[in-house]
Design a protein around this ligand. Structure first.
Ligand code: LMR
Length: 399
């Protein structure tokens, strides 16, 4: 039976990591996968996480199952992190949160849920969007359409195009937005633009679905959820998938959640049975370790403070690197204007270079980046920046 199978191409992001690992060039630079790296190029375990793990190791008394919807206290903690205390209280039983195996598990669970509410639903995704959105949601049977998002000429959000398209979205469709730190472009919506999206959603009646993978990595923990909270406050229904991979550095622990806002307590009660059944049918229940860490950090003032400080260091470093990199490219005398990099948020920006130039960077210079020209800003450091800037200068001068 297995002989009939055809091999699939490597994943556009994970395949790059494998190629990078196999490259023996000592000057190689990995600007591919979206993983935070410190000045030494390492992705360390956060101190708050280490301390929480030690406490869990000492105090945990059972490894018994947690159940398909995960740990109730973790779910409440995540809802507070995403929505904030006062909104959470106002939403009351119109909101449910379910623990998931990472943000990807959350997206998949949300897709299963959407498929039950509206079989074959169409999800409108930003053009461009994260390379795994369509495979992940599509494998649960959802269809896609897209709205314009990034304008490669002005290096900013094409908001006119976005809004014109959203004004045509049918009532039963969904619109997938990135909560902050848009992946892959780094270009986020302004407060005014979020308001216009909200008004359009209210007017058209489509359902908004938010992927929130980078809370705290852009402007700040509160600032990064401005749009999410505004929509949660005003829309009758909302789906938010959040991840602790980046802001807690818990990548491999697979720690995430789906939060639903429903039009009534009753719909929420029904929705939670659908989510529980979908989790059970897919993976039975989420892994516990990462969620237990997050729960402990968020509810132990000393750990919370350490975590918040560490996250601030990460965010400030990314934003500082953005300014330094843009300035260094300017100083190198490259024709192209890269000043937009400084304004964008989160780990990613597009270099806006051609497929040939990307290939040359990979093949000749061992500088790995995604084929859309997306780079991970957090991979830049004092050791590789000269090499990066000089290689880019050479490649760009060739056209
Ligand atoms: C990325 O976009 O690089 C990250 O979200 C990691 C991944 O799974 O693709």
């Amino acid at each position: 039976m297995f002989q009939s199978l055809q091999a699939l191409p490597a994943d556009p992001i994970l395949g790059l990591s494998a190629a990078f690992k196999a490259d023996s060039n000592p000057r190689k630079v990995d600007l591919g996968i979206g993983v935070y790296k410190d000045e030494k190029g390492k992705t360390p375990v956060m101190k708050a996480v280490k301390q929480a793990e030690e406490m869990i190791l000492k105090s945990q008394t059972t490894k018994s199952y947690v159940g398909p919807t995960g740990a109730t206290d973790y779910n409440e903690t995540i809802a507070r992190l995403v929505l904030g205390d006062s909104l959470l209280d106002r939403l009351g039983k119109r909101r449910i949160t379910v623990q998931t195996p990472g943000g990807c598990g959350g997206l998949r669970l949300a897709a299963e849920f959407i498929g039950k509410a509206n079989p074959g639903a169409t999800v409108w995704v930003s053009d461009p969007t994260w390379a795994n959105h369509k495979p992940l949601l599509g494998s649960a049977g959802l269809s896609f359409n897209s709205y314009p998002y990034y304008d490669y000429e002005s290096n900013s959000v094409n908001f006119v195009g976005l809004l014109e398209t959203l004004q045509q979205v049918p009532k039963d469709d969904l619109v997938l937005l990135h909560g902050c730190c848009h992946n892959p472009s780094g270009a986020d919506l302004s407060s005014e633009q979020w308001k216009a999206v909200r008004d359009t959603a209210l007017q058209r009646g489509f359902t908004v679905f938010i992927d929130l993978a980078y809370q705290g990595m852009g402007r700040g923990l509160e600032e990064d959820v401005f749009g999410v909270r505004m929509l949660a406050e005003s829309l009758p229904e909302l789906i938010v998938v959040s991840s602790c991979s980046k802001n807690f550095g818990l990548y491999r622990e697979r720690t995430g959640a789906v939060t639903l806002i429903c039009d009534s307590h009753k719909s929420c009660a029904t929705a939670s049975t659908i989510l529980a059944a979908a989790a059970r049918a897919n993976y039975s229940m989420p892994p516990d370790h990462g969620a237990a860490i997050v729960q402990l950090i968020m509810n132990t003032p000393m750990l919370h403070q350490i975590w918040n400080e560490e996250l601030t260091v990460i965010r400030d470093r990314i934003n500082r690197l953005r300014s330094i990199f843009a300035q260094r490219l300017k100083d190198a005398g490259i024709d192209q204007d890269f000043s937009f990099i400084e304004k964008e948020k989160g780990m990613f920006s597009f270099l806006g270079i051609s497929a040939n130039q990307i290939n040359t960077l990979i093949e000749k210079y061992s500088i790995y980046l995604v084929d859309s020209s997306r780079i991970n800003i957090a991979s830049i450091n004092d050791t590789n920046i000269d090499y990066l800037v000089s290689s880019l200068t050479e490649v760009l001068s060739r056209k």
